[in-house]
Write a protein that binds this ligand. Structure first.
Ligand SMILES: CC(=O)CC(=O)SCCNC(=O)CCNC(=O)[C@H](O)C(C)(C)COP(=O)(O)OP(=O)(O)OC[C@H]1O[C@@H](n2cnc3c(N)ncnc32)[C@H](O)[C@@H]1OP(=O)(O)O
Ligand SMILES: NC(=O)C1=CN([C@@H]2O[C@H](COP(=O)(O)OP(=O)(O)OC[C@H]3O[C@@H](n4cnc5c(N)ncnc54)[C@H](OP(=O)(O)O)[C@@H]3O)[C@@H](O)[C@H]2O)C=CC1
Length: 283
């Protein structure tokens, strides 16, 4: 199957990054969100990222403009009618994703693949709201998408071998390294990562060390590029909490219990970089 046109649903930090790497790989790309204000914010993020690549000599100014020219804004899911692939990257909430997949299933052509960038939710459950569960798959990019090499490819119970191969090949065309993973809560990436982030938040909650102290210990002690609290701020504390809830409910194991401090920050609207305040301040 030949993929020519891709829609990305959700123009937040992940959706804009995915649209960018799709356009960089030469695909006609549609960036969709609920309204054009959000889409334009996403396009601004893409422009800044591409400008960095020009600055570093990775691409030319002309290439930057060609890439941007391949991305079309959208505020109607109907624009997916001629797309071969849709990659969904909206908030980490099953009810929102299920509604979008049910709608997309009615709009896209029969051959089209529906992929989700979910961090933790069951692919099989998302696929079940469509009449094409064999053409639904998890395509889990890492943040920041333009820089991170991994795509975790998750097969739902009914995902076909053909669809898996198409997405594996597409990930390579996007200059990413695909790794196959089974459909379990949090897959591999977040099953491992979020336990570390949650434990770092528990350390802060119990006063074991300061925010900077915890992050410095993990950066200098483990050679991590960022400390776990700075990383949580990058991911978004709402997303971290949503993933931990999926792990906690999915495995029924108290080791995934989200720290009360995390819940409190999310309730306060301290979601990390995207709101200007999380464990650190960004204003
Ligand atoms: C939650 C999930 O479901 C799954 C996930 O994604 S979990 C999160 C996974 N991601 C990680 O773990 C990221 C960990 N952090 C890192 O790897 C690195 O800190 C990083 C790649 C993000 C940044 O690299 P760094 O060397 O530490 O810092 P930094 O100096 O800020 O960035 C390097 C350069 O990349 C640039 N850069 C950052 N984001 C960029 C982007 N989106 N596009 C283009 N350039 C970018 C920076 O501007 C910077 O450029 P200069 O050197 O000119 O200043
Ligand atoms: N953050 C991360 O590090 C990673 C996140 N993910 C996953 O990617 C997905 C998106 O996360 P992220 O980009 O961080 O989140 P953001 O909050 O940055 O973006 C989510 C976007 O989805 C939009 N949206 C919400 N509801 C709808 C809808 N019904 N239709 C269309 N768009 C909608 C939001 O609009 P509005 O602003 O109006 O709400 C927002 O633009 C989640 O599933 C997350 O788990 C995967 C890998 C890494």
């Amino acid at each position: 199957m030949d993929i020519k046109k891709i829609m990305v649903v959700g123009a937040g930090q992940m959706g804009s990054g995915i649209a960018q790497v799709a356009a960089q790989a030469g695909f006609e790309t549609v960036l969709h969100d609920l309204n054009f204000d959000i889409v334009n914010k996403g396009l601004e993020t893409i422009k800044k990222s591409l400008a960095k690549f020009v600055e570093k000599g990775k691409i030319t100014e002309a290439e930057k403009n060609e890439i941007l020219g391949r991305i079309k804004p959208s505020d109607s899911l109907k624009n997916a009618a001629d797309c071969d692939l849709v990659i969904e990257a909206v908030v980490e909430k099953m009810e929102v994703k299920a509604k979008i997949f049910a709608e997309l299933d009615q709009i896209v052509p029969p051959h089209a693949i529906l992929a989700t960038n979910t961090s933790s939710l069951p692919i099989t459950e998302i696929a079940a709201v469509t009449k094409r569960p064999e053409r639904v798959i998890g395509m889990h990019f890492m943040n920041p998408v333009p820089l991170m090499k991994l795509v975790e490819v998750i097969r739902g119970l009914q995902t076909s071998d053909e669809v898996y191969k198409v997405i594996e090949e597409l990930s390579r065309k996007m200059d990413k390294v695909p790794v196959e993973c089974k459909d379990v809560p949090g897959f591999v990436s977040n099953r491992v990562l979020q336990v570390m982030i949650n434990e770092a938040i528990w350390c802060l909650y119990e006063g074991v060390a300061s925010v900077e102290g915890i992050d410095t210990i993990m950066k200098l002690g483990m050679n991590h590029p960022m400390g776990p609290l700075a990383l949580a701020d990058l991911i978004g504390l709402d997303t971290v909490l949503a993933i931990l809830e999926v792990l906690y409910q999915g495995y029924g194991d108290p080791k995934y219990r989200p720290c009360p401090l995390l819940r409190q920050y999310v309730k306060a609207g301290w979601l990390g970089r995207k709101t200007g305040r999380g464990f650190y301040s960004y204003v």
